[in-house]
Write a new protein. Structure first.
Length: 409
């Protein structure tokens, strides 16, 4: 299309071939490059090899990357995920200075913070004297009715999560972002730390390339009475693996032939394995561990239902990929999964009652999807919903609309 604008993007996480936030960053910057005449992206140096390899294979003439990291003496203590939140916070303040220098050299028309998506972190680009777009961003909490059922470590983690929002409200750069952003692109179900001065657009921010899912899964034969439930997520408490295991236990107690494959790894894995043994599910629940993306998609293709029982969720890549493969989804009616899934593509369980009611609701939803014809109908609807609302074409349309409004074209 080619709007005559020069865009500066902050995308801390931006890497082709990855999932979660790196995938979001890469998707969004490429979509923006389809709309704007010239796009400059500031990202971390460790993303450089994958970015340059992707651009060598498929060049984008108007997309330019600038690699920025804090000095080694500031980041020597960061190792993988250890210290990532503190480092990212400091990186944003360093970005402020780095971006100001780029702006003086290139003269940008608009700035856009794309990743990371946590609303509690200050966006360095908001400090520039430029029209500013903030998002996709969000802030999601565990539903109040489910907090009492968390184990003590999870309660401490959730308390720290809430405290981060309290601190963020006092951060001058966060406050400035709300005051200066022309548009805030916020997750569905997200609360806002301050009343924004600009327009708030509620959007789903995960999109998938349907060309990667051109061959939908083949449903199990109609005569097969068993139900294969699949999940794929990092094993951290808020992904809700315990809720899924308890729901499967109730399903088994009702006489349903069920097996549950839970792909992923993380600090909750041992706890969830112990829970499965305690509930007599050692021969029902399988934990294959961390798998490559291709291997994970192969597991999803073998499933009948995708179960995503997250307590809180800002990212829903696995949900969209499962739907793109033609899987019906069972999830909580909360956060982004509750926005993505509708009544035709899956079953959403209300979260305004007790934990007991939620687990029972998940079990009821899975039992309903024992019906082969219901699964097939919902699976077709799930793929169609992705095509209409969460495909790359839908992202390109959204970005074009956002930039036309933000720039006044």
């Amino acid at each position: 299309m080619g709007l005559s604008v020069k865009v500066l993007i902050s995308a801390y996480a931006c890497e082709p071939g990855k999932g979660s936030e790196p995938y979001v960053g890469w998707s969004w910057v490429n979509a923006i490059a389809r709309v704007a005449d010239e796009v400059h992206v500031i990202t971390r140096a460790n993303n450089r090899p994958a970015i340059e390899a992707a651009l060598a294979e498929r060049p984008v003439r108007n997309l330019f990357f600038h690699y920025f990291d804090l000095p080694r003496w500031v980041r020597f203590w960061k190792r993988g995920q250890r210290g990532v939140r503190l480092y990212y916070y400091l990186w944003q303040y360093g970005l402020w200075v780095y971006a100001a220098r780029l702006h003086s050299r290139h003269g940008f028309d608009i700035a856009h913070h794309v990743t990371m998506a946590g609303m509690q972190y200050p966006p360095g680009l908001a400090a520039l004297s430029l029209p500013f777009i903030w998002g996709p961003i969000g802030a999601v909490r565990v539903p109040p009715a489910l907090k009492d059922g968390l184990h003590w470590r999870a309660r401490v983690s959730e308390a720290a999560h809430d405290a981060a929002f309290v601190i963020a409200r006092r951060d001058p750069l966060v406050r400035r972002a709300f005051l200066t952003a022309r548009m805030v692109l916020a997750f569905p179900g997200s609360f806002l730390l301050h009343p924004p001065a600009g327009k708030v657009l509620r959007i789903g921010h995960m999109f998938v390339d349907l060309s990667e899912f051109s061959t939908p899964r083949r449903p199990a034969a109609r005569g097969d009475p068993s139900l294969h439930v699949v999940s794929a997520f990092r094993m951290i408490f808020w992904k809700g693996g315990d809720l899924g295991i308890e729901a499967v236990a109730r399903l088994k107690a009702r006489g349903v032939r069920v097996r549950y494959t839970l792909v992923g790894d993380g600090p909750e894995r041992r706890r969830w394995q112990a829970l499965a043994r305690h509930l007599g599910l050692a021969d029902v629940v399988e934990f294959p561990g961390w798998l490559s993306r291709d291997a994970t998609l192969a597991v999803l293709r073998e499933g009948d239902v995708l179960l995503h029982p997250a307590y809180r969720e800002g990212w829903s890549g696995a949900v969209l990929e499962g739907m793109a493969l033609g899987l019906p989804v069972v999830c909580l009616d909360w956060g982004e999964p509750g926005h993505i899934v509708d009544g035709e593509s899956g079953v959403k369980v209300p979260v305004n009652e007790s934990r007991e009611a939620v687990v029972e609701g998940l079990a009821d939803a899975l039992e309903r999807l024992q019906d082969f014809s219901v699964r097939c109908t919902m699976g077709v609807a799930a793929r169609e919903r992705v095509r209409q609302h969460f495909s790359m074409e839908a992202l390109h349309t959204l970005v074009e609309s956002v930039y036309k409004e933000a720039t006044g074209w």
